[in-house]
Design a protein around this ligand. Structure first.
Ligand code: AMP
Length: 208
């Protein structure tokens, strides 16, 4: 499966991707995860990306496109991929099309996980992630229910930054819904339901 996950930050893309990975083993490629690791390891990319990420703004297209050109040519991605958080602008989507056309690996679908902005603000300010395994939970989780690792709040999950991230999504990323509709690749799921209900629909929409 070669798929793109679309949806606002906090819509549940990462959670659905984790379930697909668990069941099908397809590589989950999250630009947010790659960038957070780069910031943590203080790489050149991380140093360039940090201020944008802390403000909830997008990292410049050129950095992201170079990063994904490399990542998608790694051997594991030849078996399929779930792209989470990329593309986020029309320029990124056009670059992705060009790369996939060169690699002769067309997209199967762009899956929109659809959730209202007000629900997102509540969800993201309560979101906590596991330091050890990356599990995405909420502040009700004292420790990670999967591995008992320590849960933490992402720096960009405070209300002011979340509001900015939603504005950025509306302005720069939501046009991709029409972009993929125009290519007959868009499928959409109501993400404001229990995780397993959403997942059942995701599999059926992706014909898995
Ligand atoms: P995420 O984990 O997907 O919410 O991403 C966290 C942050 O990383 C975003 O708010 C952006 O600052 C940055 N980021 C992740 N993916 C991209 C992308 N495709 N283009 C630009 N910035 C990105």
């Amino acid at each position: 499966m070669n798929i793109v996950l679309l949806g606002a930050p906090g819509a549940g893309k990462g959670t659905q991707a984790a379930k697909l990975v668990e069941e099908f083993g397809t590589p989950h490629i999250s630009t947010g995860d790659i960038l957070r690791a780069a910031v943590k390891n203080q790489t050149e990319l991380g140093k360039k990306a940090k201020a944008f990420m802390d403000a909830g703004d997008l990292v410049p297209d050129s950095l992201i496109i170079d990063l994904m050109n490399e990542r998608l040519q790694e051997p594991d991605a030849a078996t399929g991929f779930i792209l989470d958080g990329f593309p986020r602008t029309t320029a990124q989507a056009v670059a992705l099309d060009a790369l996939l056309s060169d690699l002769e690996r067309p997209l199967d679908a762009a899956l929109l996980v659809d959730v209202d902005a007000e629900v997102i603000i509540e969800r993201l300010t309560a979101r906590r992630c596991c330091k050890e395994c990356g599990y995405i939970g909420s502040k009700a989780d004292g420790v990670c229910p999967k591995c008992e690792g320590e849960m933490y709040q992402r720096d960009d999950d405070n209300e002011a930054t979340v509001r900015n991230r939603l504005d950025v999504y509306a302005k720069s990323t939501s046009p991709l819904i029409d972009y993929y509709k125009g290519k007959n690749l868009l499928v959409s799921v109501d993400g404001d339901r229990p995780v397993d209900d959403v997942y059942t629909d995701v599999k059926s929409l992706l014909k898995l």
